[in-house]
Write a protein that binds this ligand. Structure first.
Ligand SMILES: CC(C)(COP(=O)(O)OP(=O)(O)OC[C@H]1O[C@@H](n2cnc3c(N)ncnc32)[C@H](O)[C@@H]1OP(=O)(O)O)[C@@H](O)C(=O)NCCC(=O)NCCS
Length: 174
């Protein structure tokens, strides 16, 4: 992969994935409210201020040392924000692994939104990276492993220091 890819608008039949910006913070607060979202990923619902600070960092598009591209999108359905997807990719490496994650607000879950958004993300990402796709998922997070399976990822049995399992595609990702 040459250079740092920038997130671009991605459209699917139902959804629009909008490159993340600080102005999304306010409307994302209610989407990320509640406790169920954090059961497997940890943390708590952010305030508008916390989210604005987080989005200011993430929307720069790269880590401070320039080694990683940070690609973030808000998922929009019929105009309303419903969740987000993100990818982290090493810059300058040939065929780097894209580490992806997905979150859909409690009110919008169970309707295939994460699967549709993540598929579109991979469709955009893979021609740019040419490498495999991976996600760290807590054992027992059945909704997330359900999404990963639909994307063609498989559990590797390898756990990170937080006890999350590495799910990955064969190389190159399909
Ligand atoms: C994981 C998450 C993004 C899934 O969002 P979603 O839009 O509801 O997912 P989808 O509707 O695309 O579901 C995909 C598959 O997951 C499975 N699934 C979804 N919800 C499930 C649940 N509560 N229990 C078990 N399996 C579930 C199903 O197999 C589903 O496939 P199906 O349509 O054939 O039934 C959402 O639950 C979420 O945001 N969870 C909290 C944050 C999180 O854990 N993120 C993942 C970090 S790795």
């Amino acid at each position: 992969m040459n250079g740092v890819p920038r997130a671009e608008l991605i459209a699917t039949e139902r959804l629009r994935l909008e490159p993340l910006s600080v102005h999304h913070a306010r409307e994302m607060v209610p989407v990320l409210a509640g406790t169920a979202i954090y059961r497997h990923i940890g943390g708590t619902a952010p305030t508008a201020q916390e989210l604005a600070a987080r989005y200011a960092g993430q929307s720069v598009g790269a880590s401070p040392d320039g080694r990683e591209a940070w690609l973030n999108w808000i998922i929009r359905e019929q105009g309303a924000a419903v969740g987000f997807v993100q990818a982290t990719v090493a810059v300058g490496a040939p065929c780097p692994t894209a580490y992806v994650a997905w979150v859909v607000g409690e009110d919008f879950q169970g309707r295939g939104i994460a699967t549709e958004a993540a598929r579109a993300l991979l469709g955009w990402l893979l021609p740019r990276t040419g490498g495999p796709v991976a996600a760290y998922i807590a054992p027992g997070n059945l909704a997330s492993t359900g999404v990963a399976r639909k994307l063609g990822l498989a559990g590797s049995g390898q756990l990170d220091e937080d006890g999350e399992e590495l799910w990955r595609s064969a190389t190159p990702a399909g």
